[in-house]
Design a binder for this molecule. Structure first.
Ligand SMILES: Nc1ncnc2c1ncn2[C@@H]1O[C@H](COP(=O)(O)OP(=O)(O)OP(=O)(O)O)[C@@H](O)[C@H]1O
Ligand SMILES: [Mg+2]
Length: 337
């Protein structure tokens, strides 16, 4: 494919980049991302125990090994915004990845996909994935991913939100949990499903071929006073698996695209501000390819960019179920049987 000269960008990409730079501050979800990545990459890591050992029932039983870790900067030069001295993180070692799941997805490792997903989210300015890096830990040199742990006072999964709704009625809160939701969870969830952020998450899952976006793999922002509903995408190890994406039913925001409440079932219009981000990201392909190349094949990377092109051309996000078999083969790498 012909490389585009960045200076010779088409007028629409040029104006897209100007529009995006005006709105990017407003859209950012995480503070100080590059600094947090630096701490996660270079700081000293103390694994404190499994998430369920540390947080108990707040974390529902799940498939892979996921530990709670504290990462402390090695030098005082790595000051973290807000004055905190360390970063809490989720450590997912490759040795704890479910072999059965890997086989079913036709992939050999999940942890790099966690970090690639963060980079995709950043490349397009979506701000959906908490800062995530790959790392080698311990004397035995175990590979895995480290992701910033999102404060449970501000964020919660579906079950954590339900639990909070119950605990608002009974006094069984965990320390750090807010007293109550400002709105019934069902009503707030309805609002979320109608929000642009939820649509952008469906788009993100289509671009990264993530079929595993169930309610425990999304964090919803608890505090909503004067704020738009906000979602965060965690657990991205099952992305970039054409086999998994095509063989599992659509879940979460992708499943919502198929609901009859959509104007056109299986798809949703995307506003210019989102298309602008895709245009700008497409004009800097190589910057993202650097993160993908060590772990994905050239064909997988080319298909990823075909999905980006497809969304830009249609100005819609489509569920896999409405793509024709030939589109599925071209964009995903196989067809639903
Ligand atoms: N970055 C994070 N911030 C806050 N909580 C998190 C984060 N990552 C994981 N969790 C919590 O830990 C749980 C388990 O983590 P995760 O979903 O990554 O594990 P998994 O075993 O791969 O899950 P699955 O069963 O969906 O494959 C999540 O459902 C969530 O409650
Ligand atoms: Mg999960």
């Amino acid at each position: 494919m012909m490389q585009q000269d960045p200076i010779m960008r088409s007028p629409s990409e040029h104006s897209a980049s100007e529009r995006v730079s005006k709105t990017s501050e407003r859209i950012s979800t995480f503070d100080d991302k590059e600094r947090i990545c630096e701490v996660l990459t270079q700081g000293s890591v103390e694994v404190l125990g499994s998430l369920r050992d540390i947080l108990g029932d707040l974390v529902k039983p799940h498939t892979n090994k996921a530990d709670f870790a504290e990462v402390t900067p090695e030098t005082s030069l790595m000051v973290i915004e807000g004055g905190s001295e360390s970063v809490y993180a989720v450590w997912k070692p490759c040795i704890g990845e479910s072999k059965e799941m890997l086989d079913r997805m036709g992939i050999t490792e999940m942890y790099p996909r966690e970090a690639i997903s963060f980079r995709v989210s950043e490349h397009f300015g979506f701000g959906l994935v908490p800062p995530t890096v790959t790392r080698v830990i311990g004397v035995e040199g175990v590979y895995g991913s480290l992701q910033q742990f999102m404060d449970l006072g501000d964020w919660g999964t579906n079950s954590q939100m339900e639990r909070l709704q119950e605990s608002g009625r009974s006094p069984s809160r965990m320390p750090g949990e807010p007293e109550q939701l400002e709105q019934e969870w069902d009503d707030y969830f309805d609002e979320i499903t109608r929000s642009l952020r939820y649509k952008v998450l469906a788009l993100f899952d289509f671009l990264t071929l993530n079929f595993d976006r169930h309610g425990e793999n999304i964090l919803y922002r608890r505090q909503i006073e004067n704020q738009q509903p906000e979602v965060v995408a965690i657990d991205n190890g099952c992305s970039f698996s054409p086999l998994g994406y095509l063989s599992y039913p659509s879940t979460g925001p992708s499943e919502f695209l198929n609901r009859p409440t959509q104007r056109t079932a299986g798809m949703a219009d995307l506003p210019l501000e989102v298309i602008d981000r895709l245009l700008v990201g497409r004009s800097k392909k190589e910057e993202l390819n650097i993160y993908m190349a060590p772990h994905l094949t050239n064909e997988e990377i080319a298909r990823f960019w075909s999905r980006v092109d497809h969304v830009i051309a249609n100005k819609k996000v489509c569920s896999k179920d409405v793509l024709s078999p030939s589109e599925q083969i071209r964009l995903i790498g196989g067809a639903i049987r």
